[in-house]
Design a protein around this ligand. Structure first.
Ligand SMILES: NC(=O)c1ccc[n+]([C@@H]2O[C@H](COP(=O)([O-])OP(=O)(O)OC[C@H]3O[C@@H](n4cnc5c(N)ncnc54)[C@H](O)[C@@H]3O)[C@@H](O)[C@H]2O)c1
Length: 434
């Protein structure tokens, strides 16, 4: 087998774009393919849509020959290896939607040639690579493991955390044959120091889901504890910090307004759906999802409670939401809990506005679009503000110095002097900090 030098990457988002650029920087020839014409246009013009890839790095890759094309002009047959990094969402019923993965497979099928390696990177349930994905590819007449190689290699990038994309973060890979696993691992070692070879694509798929289910379950655990602490009059944040002083056997997770992004709220449902195909109800995974999905509703209740303390109703009140991105310091607002919080507040008669320095426009779960307000105006116009995403770019001294009433869902008031009954904290009740 000759060395793999020409790659194609299908899907140029948070996962595919850094992968493609890393390979370009490692000296390989890369064609990036995306179905969205707007994405192709902005990338071709050197404008990066994601925080972790500065425009200069993208332009540098383009100068080194990185080509960005649409699906209609892709030259996949020229590639030795094709990576698939398209979204894996859930539908209204929270069942997996493999539409993008299968349409990428269909695109590859049309160009597939003997000797190619196809690597699926989208997070998905165990059995996708060797099941529906392989089925579409084999409609070409070629057989995986005999005519072409087929692997699954999950991604660990964590948007907003550049260390997560570093070379020393180990990468997993499992293919349909040991030789294909070794081939994919050799290629991935061009961009990663450590590549862990697994016995099958299924094991690699499940390992990735386990990583995300682990987070979802632990976040649900502390979210439940936060609700209990509110009833017991105990500060959950103090409790978690205390437990975290144990140097072994405990890992710190914190409660909050709910989970967001492309992975944590979505991936567990891929496993739960697949488990049901084996007559197995993964109650643990489903329960964790339900607990986390209920947190935005609880935040709305906290806002009503805070206003009630001032003799005001939520109906007719002006509520300002601070931060709508799904986590601090990123512009990614996919599946952000703020969408359900804004809609929930509006449904109960509040007038709602938000400020987010990273998200100029935002649509709530009812489809209502709003634009970010200037923070000073938001503070001046609101009866109560809700801290949802504690971006560092927000002047928190100003927020706590100005706002009459704050609902703090993320412990952003820690270390600040606050006035008596000014701050209602998720998981802790009224702040007594002076
Ligand atoms: N974002 C993360 O932090 C992260 C981390 C690990 C794994 N993942 C997984 O990686 C996969 C991709 O996620 P992402 O965050 O990069 O998504 P994304 O939405 O940022 O990017 C996906 C890209 O694929 C394009 N696309 C969609 N359908 C296509 C098709 N049929 N053909 C070609 N292009 C298509 C879209 O236009 C978009 O540019 C998902 O399965 C996700 O769960 C994401």
């Amino acid at each position: 087998m000759n060395e793999d030098r020409r790659l194609a990457v299908i899907g140029l988002g948070y996962v595919g774009l850094p992968l493609a650029i890393s390979f370009v920087e490692a000296g390989l020839e890369v064609e990036g393919v995306d179905a969205h014409p707007g994405r192709v246009a902005e990338l071709s013009a050197g404008r990066s849509p994601i925080d972790d890839i500065p425009d200069e790095r993208l332009s540098g890759a383009i100068a080194k020959g990185f080509r960005v094309v649409g699906t209609d002009t892709a030259r996949l047959a020229d590639a030795d290896v094709v990576f698939v990094c398209v979204p894996t969402p859930i539908d209204q019923a929270k069942d997996p939607d493999l539409g993008p993965v299968l349409s990428a497979a269909e695109l590859i099928r049309r160009h597939l040639r003997r000797g190619q390696l196809v690597v699926l990177q989208s997070t998905t349930y165990p059995g996708t690579t060797t099941g529906p994905f392989r089925k579409v590819l084999e409609q070409s007449g070629f057989i995986a493991g005999r005519d072409f190689d087929l692997a699954f290699a999950p991604e660990r990038v964590n948007p907003g955390d550049s260390a997560s994309a570093a070379r020393d973060v180990p990468r997993l890979v499992g293919a349909t044959t040991p030789a294909a696993t070794a081939r994919a691992a050799t290629l991935l070692r061009r961009i990663n120091d450590a590549v862990v070879e697994l016995s099958s694509p299924d094991a690699a798929e499940l390992a990735k889901i386990l990583e995300n289910v682990f987070r979802n379950v632990n976040i649900a655990l502390v979210n439940q504890l936060a609700l209990l602490c509110e009833r017991m009059g105990i500060d959950v944040w103090e409790v978690i910090s205390a437990a975290a002083t144990k140097p072994f056997g405990f890992m710190r997770f914190t409660p909050g307004p709910g989970v967001g992004g492309h992975c944590i709220p979505v991936d567990p449902y891929y496993l739960a759906w697949r488990a049901r195909e084996f007559d197995f109800v993964d109650r643990f995974v489903e329960l964790a999802g339900d607990i986390n999905f209920a947190m935005p509703r609880h935040v709305v209740d906290l806002v009503a409670e805070a206003l009630n303390d001032r003799g005001k109703a939520l109906k007719g009140a002006a509520v300002g939401v601070l931060g709508v991105a799904f986590k601090p310091d990123v512009r990614d607002a996919r599946n952000a809990p703020a969408a359900a919080i804004l809609a929930g507040l509006a449904a109960r008669g509040a007038t709602v506005a938000y400020h987010d320095p990273h998200v100029p426009k935002f649509r709530d779960t009812e489809g209502v679009a709003r634009e970010s307000r200037a923070v000073d105006r938001l503070l001046a116009d609101s009866d109560v503000v809700v801290v949802v995403t504690p971006h560092h770019a927000i002047d928190w001294d100003r927020v706590y110095g100005t706002a009459e009433l704050v609902v703090d869902t993320v412990d952003s008031s820690r270390g600040r002097s606050t006035r008596e009954r000014q701050v209602l904290r998720l998981g802790a009740g009224w702040s007594t900090r002076q």
